[in-house]
Design a protein around this ligand. Structure first.
Ligand SMILES: Cc1cc2nc3c(=O)[nH]c(=O)nc-3n(C[C@H](O)[C@H](O)[C@H](O)COP(=O)(O)O)c2cc1C
Length: 214
């Protein structure tokens, strides 16, 4: 008992000294009050590949996406019903989230401003269709990570319908693995979306838990 108490004391957060922020007061107190709006940035911007029941496929750029559960692994995408891709996801309940890179930025933007109603985006952009393992929608070969998803729920929120999905399989490119087999997404130069701009992630500022590491 005494031993446990000692351990708790030495590992306790009371041992950590408080930090003082050295920032200009204007950064803290001079804020404007805005009407409600979407202000969570940066966000991922991904290319979602889809297919209808007849096998016709398409790619749509999606920024309203993210992880929603660790176990079971789940993700979401929010899509406006008027998008051409929407009916494909509704029909099959499947899609693939393809992560994007500096190399793919042009394609990322293009898939977000042209509709599959008018153009075959795979062909126009010269992207490689790859068979997924669990879903019928194709994967984008040039993407470093392909995440196969099966829809479990569709929440009709308003402008966007949110597809909650279980992750059925993940494919990660060996090109971005080190000699020990560890995957480094940063080697692929991933892209995020912030206030209308595509940005890269130049520098790591610390790794998980660094703020409490001894
Ligand atoms: C950076 C970016 C992010 C986008 N995010 C979304 C999104 O989260 N949901 C959505 O419905 N549309 C989004 N769009 C718009 C669609 O990608 C766009 O309307 C596309 O042309 C639809 O393709 P489709 O008609 O072939 O389905 C985004 C566009 C861009 C450029």
């Amino acid at each position: 008992m005494k031993k446990n108490q000692k351990r708790r004391k030495t590992k306790g957060i009371t041992q950590e000294s408080k930090r003082k922020f050295q920032v200009d007061e204007s950064l803290i107190y001079h804020k404007q009050h805005w009407k409600p709006g979407n202000m969570i940035y940066p966000v991922p911007a991904v290319m979602v590949s889809v297919a209808d029941k007849t096998g016709k496929d398409n790619i749509i750029t999606v920024a309203w996406t993210g992880t929603i559960c660790t176990n079971p692994p789940m993700a979401y995408i929010s899509v406006r019903p008027e998008r051409y891709s929407y009916h494909m996801i509704k029909e099959t309940g499947e899609f693939v989230i393809n992560l994007t890179t500096r190399e793919l930025t042009f394609a990322l933007d293009y898939c977000g401003v042209r509709s599959g109603r008018d153009v075959d985006k795979f062909d126009f952009l010269g992207l490689t269709r790859q068979n997924a393992s669990k879903v019928a929608a194709p994967m984008i070969g040039e993407s470093p990570v392909n995440i196969e998803c099966r829809v479990t729920q569709c929440l009709e929120l308003g402008s966007h319908h949110m597809f909650l999905a279980e992750i059925a399989a993940v494919h990660a490119s060996e090109a971005y693995m080190d000699e020990k087999g560890k995957f480094h997404l940063e080697y692929a130069e991933p892209v995020v979306y912030s206030h209308g701009a595509y940005c890269d992630l130049k520098q790591s500022l610390g790794t998980f838990g660094y703020s409490v590491k001894k």
